[in-house]
Design a binder for this molecule. Structure first.
Ligand code: ADP
Length: 313
């Protein structure tokens, strides 16, 4: 039976996992958008409806349609039908958990299914990254790769994009707090130093290696000990109220560690099971209750599948 319509879950993701700035990411399970893609008799890509957020309806500006257009361009023969995209947004844009990446990854995954899967999931990554170019000016893959592949991923190369799929620690949960403050991308970029101290660099790549080893060995203690960032976090954390306190209290409540999600303002922490992740959530809420900053706290297991099909017909 030829598919006409598909509904999918497009997951939120954590990028910039501590020492893995710009390279290490992972996929979340209970935070994400729903998207519906349907074939249309007219060719081309259009945005039919967006519910939940004010986002561009212009297909040249919305990440979802930009990503699908990049995919269609790569086909030898374009289909004789088009696509209409409906986005039900739950992930707030600019929160640091890959709002635009979820749309790009979800859209190319869904369109690929409707076309009978001409591309593998790895082949879809550069198209979803083209969507990111529409959101932030560069075809970055550190959110779209975990959104498509699930689990933990490492962007080994950017031109052309090469992504490695990593194993995950068994039973791992994330607790994320999104303080609803705006950090301008230009400020979070400008605050980073242009040069890196060699001693910090040595510590950083030792931790990246150790973190990857911990994932392969399912070693909770080494994973916790490697979640450190000597290069980016000391600068960017100044932009996030109560950052140090959140991480310290989370670790006291049993978390393995944490850091800045994406370019913030969300803060992520990892825990070895759901019970600990929920305790961490209570502790973090207590810290933010004493501020006048609105916030949301999420608990999610690591999603090892990536984008999921909800319905198709
Ligand atoms: P996050 O920081 O949570 O990853 P991004 O900064 O990546 O979010 O994306 C937000 C930017 O992308 C906003 O400027 C938004 O208008 C733009 N954008 C365009 N299309 C979409 C979309 N479908 N979903 C989310 N953001 C989009």
């Amino acid at each position: 039976m030829e598919l006409r319509e598909i509904e999918i879950f497009a997951p939120a993701t954590i990028a910039n996992i501590s020492c893995g700035f710009d390279v290490l990411g992972c996929c979340l399970d209970s935070i994400g958008d729903t998207m519906i893609l349907r074939k249309t008799s007219e060719t081309g890509v259009r945005i039919g409806k967006i519910i939940g957020e004010e986002l561009p309806m212009d297909p040249k500006k919305n990440v979802a349609s930009v990503a699908v257009m990049a995919m269609l361009k790569a086909l030898k023969v374009e289909p004789n039908y088009g696509f209409e995209i409906e986005i039900h947004k739950n992930i707030k844009p600019g929160s640091g958990v890959g709002s635009s990446a979820a749309s790009g990854a979800g859209a190319v995954f869904a369109a690929n299914e409707l076309m009978g899967k001409p591309f593998s999931k790895h082949e879809l990554i550069p198209f979803a990254a083209e969507g990111e170019r529409a959101a932030c000016g560069a075809p970055i893959a550190d959110n779209v790769a975990p959104a498509l592949l699930g689990g933990f991923t490492l962007v080994k190369e950017t031109d052309p994009i090469k992504v490695l799929e990593l194993p995950s620690i068994n039973g791992l949960y994330a607790t994320i707090i999104h303080p609803q403050i705006e950090i301008k991308t230009s400020i979070s970029r400008d605050i980073l130093p242009q040069t890196v101290n060699i001693n910090d660099a040595v510590k950083q790549w030792a931790n990246v290696g150790a973190l990857i080893h911990a994932l392969h060995m399912n070693d909770h203690a080494l994973f916790a000990d490697s979640l450190k960032d000597y290069i980016v976090e000391p600068h960017r954390s100044k932009l996030i109220p109560k950052f140090e306190q959140v991480i310290k209290s989370a670790i006291n409540a049993g978390a393995l560690g944490g850091g800045i999600s994406g370019s913030g303002p969300s803060i992520f922490t990892f825990s070895k099971n759901l019970e600990t992740a929920e305790n961490v959530s209570l502790t973090i809420k207590d810290i933010y209750k004493n501020t006048n900053i609105p916030y949301h706290v999420y608990v999610s297991k690591i999603n090892d599948q990536g984008v999921k099909i909800l319905k198709q017909s």
